[in-house]
Design a protein around this ligand. Structure first.
Ligand code: BEZ
Length: 208
C-alpha cells in the first residue's frame, strides 16, 4: 500500500553511515528530506548526493535533516562517499541508510518493478516535525532531481503552516501568497490586516 500525504511516516530503526538511526527519534523537532537513489557508484546518484551535501547550510536554515537510502550496504556507501566528496567537491555529512534487504524501500514503496526489481527509484518524502508525510515525489532512475524545487517546497510548506496560507504556481519566498477559500473575508480581516488583492472572490493575494 502506498503512503499518502498526511500519513505518519512509518518508523524504522536501521543501520546508516552515521550508525544506527531510529527515524522518529533522530528527526526530533526537525523536518526530514528522506530520499532514495538506485545505487552507489552510479553517475546521476553521485551528482544528487553531492548536491545534497553542498546544500547542507540551506537545509539547516530550513530546520531540515537529509537522509539518503539505497539498497546497498554501509561499507559500499562509505567507499562511495569518498568518491562523491572527490568528484563533487564537497564533504557529505548526512546519513545514508543501508537497505540491502529492501526492508525500508518496500515499506516506503520505493521499488517500482517497471524500473527495477531490486533497486529503489528516486523517491522523495518530506516529513514534518510531527512525523507526517507532507510531500512525495518520484523520479525515474534516469533523471536527477531538481534541488531548487525541494528547497522551494520546504519554504512553501513552512510558510503555509506559519501563516495559514497557500502558495501560487512557481511561488518563491517574498512573493505574494494566497488566502485559502476556507477563510472568509471577516476572518481574513483579522488574520491579514495588511489587506489583500481580490482578483476573484476565490483568488485573494496578500503579502506576508
Ligand atoms: C545513475 O545514478 O546514474 C543511475 C542509476 C541507476 C540507473 C540509471 C542511472
Amino acid at each position: 500500500m502506498s503512503l499518502k500525504l498526511g500519513d505518519t511516516a512509518p518508523n524504522f530503526t536501521i543501520a546508516t553511515t552515521k550508525g544506527e538511526i531510529n527515524l522518529h527519534q533522530w528527526s526530533g523537532d526537525s523536518w526530514v528530506f528522506f530520499f532514495s537513489h538506485p545505487a552507489d557508484f552510479t553517475p546521476v546518484c553521485t551528482t544528487e548526493m553531492g548536491r545534497t551535501a553542498q546544500l547542507a547550510p540551506e537545509f539547516e536554515a530550513r530546520n531540515t535533516k537529509s537522509l539518503g537510502l539505497s539498497t546497498d550496504t554501509v561499507e559500499e556507501h562509505l567507499k562511495w562517499i569518498s568518491d562523491v566528496d572527490d568528484t563533487q567537491n564537497t564533504v557529505l555529512q548526512f546519513p545514508i541508510v543501508a537497505d540491502p534487504d529492501h526492508k525500508i524501500a518496500e515499506m516506503y514503496d520505493m521499488i517500482h518493478s517497471g524500473e527495477s526489481s531490486t533497486a529503489a527509484v528516486r523517491s522523495v518524502f518530506i516529513i514534518d516535525p510531527d512525523n507526517k508525510i507532507r510531500l512525495t515525489m518520484t523520479y525515474p532512475m534516469s533523471v536527477g532531481r531538481n534541488f531548487d524545487e525541494i528547497l522551494r517546497v520546504l519554504d512553501a510548506l513552512q510558510t503555509g503552516d506559519k501563516y495559514s496560507v497557500a502558495t501560487p504556481a512557481d511561488w518563491r519566498p517574498g512573493n505574494d501568497v494566497i488566502i485559502p477559500p476556507s477563510i472568509d473575508n471577516e476572518k481574513a480581516k483579522q488574520m491579514f490586516p495588511q489587506g489583500w488583492n481580490e482578483i476573484r472572490s476565490y483568488l485573494r493575494l496578500t503579502s506576508i
